[in-house]
Design a protein around this ligand. Structure first.
Ligand code: X2W
Length: 284
């Protein structure tokens, strides 16, 4: 098995690197390999590549925990219905009508990914509830949007113990049973905080964080030195600001050696199995 894997990965790293990483990833309990956040745009634009990359990981015995968004797909439906999407600081203002769309689209996109994985002989389990408990973030401002207060790992652990890849949405539930919308970058951060995985990866369609003025991809962000000045820059706003803030909060809670990689789906194998990595690396 190992030699097949190494052969397959030969084009991205040296045999030594790949073997080392594979040994490292399989050394911990299988629930703690990786949390991978999948931006909604990737399900639309790169579903085949996403599914085959995840299938590959699963076929070598790894069980990444996948949490996906659906932002662009939700906007598409809202716009078709004549509703203008409204955001405050990167968070969708979610009224009752919008919530119906959010729920429907999240379930559709989740199923789409699960089916694409099943087509590649991967057992994948949709987990669209029962993990995140949330209070209202600010009911007057955002309406049906949650701030996660508790993460229940049990459905994820059961899925992996049963041999299934867990595929999660970022929907949460209030203690009273109201479904609440949560930004998927934020939910992935809260999830990673509880799972404490070896790898935390955010997949986006840009392949990293792009500097708003130079247009260049940022290769490393050292939060201790750069966070304050970064947050003051005019191009760091909305979803980007929210993402960086969430990643900082997460890394403050994890061992100092932890880091988060923001990469494109094309770079997933390179990020996981080589020393060089890819995209934007964020560390303390
Ligand atoms: C997000 C959840 C989906 C999401 C929304 O309604 O768009 C809030 O903003 P991406 O594809 O990762 O952007 N929820 C409260 O974050 O999807």
């Amino acid at each position: 098995m190992l030699s097949t894997v190494v052969q397959l990965l030969n084009n991205i790293g040296s045999k030594r690197e790949v073997e080392q990483y594979l040994k490292y990833f399989t050394s911990v309990n299988s629930q703690q390999f990786a949390v991978i956040k999948v931006g909604g745009a990737i399900i639309t634009q790169n579903l085949k590549e996403l599914a085959s990359s995840l299938a590959f990981l699963n076929h070598v015995g790894l069980f990444p925990i996948i949490l996906h968004g659906s932002g662009p797909q939700i906007n598409e439906i809202l716009e078709a219905e004549g509703v203008v999407p409204e955001y405050i600081d990167g968070i969708r203002v979610t009224d009752g009508k919008t919530m119906n769309v959010v729920r429907k689209v999240f379930l559709e996109q989740n199923l789409k990914l699960v089916e694409a994985l099943e087509a590649l002989d991967v057992r994948a389990r949709p987990i669209t509830g029962g993990v995140f408990t949330a209070d209202y973030l600010d009911k007057d401002r955002y309406q049906l949007v949650g701030k996660i207060s508790k993460v229940n790992k049990t459905p994820i652990e059961s899925a992996i113990n049963d041999g299934y890849l867990p595929i999660l949405t970022s929907l949460a539930e209030s203690p009273e049973g109201q479904i609440l919308n949560v930004n998927a970058d934020v939910a992935a951060g809260e999830l990673a905080r509880v799972i404490e995985p070896l790898k935390i990866v955010y997949l986006n369609e840009k392949g990293g964080l792009i500097h708003g003025e130079t247009g260049d991809k940022i290769s490393v962000i050292n939060l201790d030195e750069e966070y304050d000045s970064l947050m003051k820059q005019s191009w760091v706003k909305y979803g980007t600001k929210l993402k960086i803030k969430e990643i900082r909060d997460l890394l403050m809670h994890l061992p100092r050696s932890s880091s988060v990689a923001i990469i494109s789906i094309h770079d997933l194998q390179r990020e996981l199995f080589t020393d060089s990595g890819a995209g934007t690396l964020i560390r303390r």
